[in-house]
Design a protein around this ligand. Sequence first.
Ligand SMILES: Nc1nc2c(ncn2[C@@H]2O[C@H](COP(=O)(O)OP(=O)(O)OP(=O)(O)O)[C@@H](O)[C@H]2O)c(=O)[nH]1
Ligand SMILES: [Mg+2]
Length: 352
Amino acid sequence: MTEKEENCVELRQSVPGLQMSFIQGTDLFGYVGIEAVLDQMRSKTMKAGFEFNIMVVGQSGLGKSTLVNTLFKSKVSRKSCTPNYEEKISKTVKLHTVSHVIEEKGVKMKLTVIDTPGFGDQINNENCWEPILKYVNEQYEKYLREELHVNRKRRIPDSRVHCCIYFLPATGHRLRPIDVEFLKRLGKIVSIVPIIAKADTLTIEERQEFKERIRQDLAANGIHVYPQKEYDEDPEERILNDRIRESIPFAVVGTDKEHQVNGNKVLGRKTKWGIIEVENVAHCEFANLRDLLIRSHLQDLKDVTHNIHYETYRVRRLNESNMDFSELGLSTCLLLLPAPARRTPTFLVQSE
Ligand SMILES: Nc1nc2c(ncn2[C@@H]2O[C@H](COP(=O)(O)OP(=O)(O)OP(=O)(O)O)[C@@H](O)[C@H]2O)c(=O)[nH]1
Ligand SMILES: [Mg+2]
């Protein structure tokens, strides 16, 4: 019996209702070619490229710029870059964004890095998170306005923050009050990935204990970090994400220097005692962070931003009465109806 025939028998036994149409389908017409849609999607994505916006938050000197450069193996966050957005909203925190197009094997990614120099650097850091929350919400607002416009663009430019990497200093203690205050607020509107910066300053035991204490503090303060359990889509994803949740926050080391180790070029930090290899999982958890952000969860970060965080903003905004829709060329009466009624206008008519 061929493999195909074996599969048919198996299917006939397990799904009696479905067996005939399936068997007829394969026998009479053979291969249909539905899977080719994957190639079509791939070629469309390659042509169009995609946007990925990443925010880095943490005190001065914690290695934010170095880590972004380590992640994308380029001088993405170089100080000499001309920023495409710079706003000194408050006396303390500035926001500084730089965009780059990175191309790899024909896939183009427009990467925007939002840096937040000055965060938490003052003696009095009261409300220092305000400009950051404002920036995140402004990007949702921009997207919403584009989406609501009568003559909207075919592809809405996406400046929404897909991920915020939060740098914790390697103190070995616990979360500080500023971390708790900031993460509590930001976790409600954006996906946060907390990391322990400059982890080479901790011993293995200190690192493990610090990670454990941070996880306890995050849970005790009801702080949501990425990936959130509630948004796991299936058991397979849950198993993978549980493993990530168990090792968060990643203890990372950054560098923009290469060194020779056993004849190979590696990214590393040279110390008197040897080379800390940034991408070596035995030395630090940089590779886990890179894999999460780029190799395994990049699309999910974009999906969570759109389907959860932006959606929450959109629903709240459309239920508010101070939105000026006239400038978008829209009738206010339709949009100001409560969200469920807007989706099912027939129901409204029937109940009247
Ligand atoms: N030991 C150690 N030093 C690091 C690490 N990452 C960066 N550094 C060093 O820390 C210093 C500050 O790094 P930056 O990347 O400029 O820090 P930053 O957070 O961008 O600082 P601001 O731009 O001032 O907010 C540099 O001398 C880096 O070489 C690390 O993982 N371990
Ligand atoms: Mg910097």
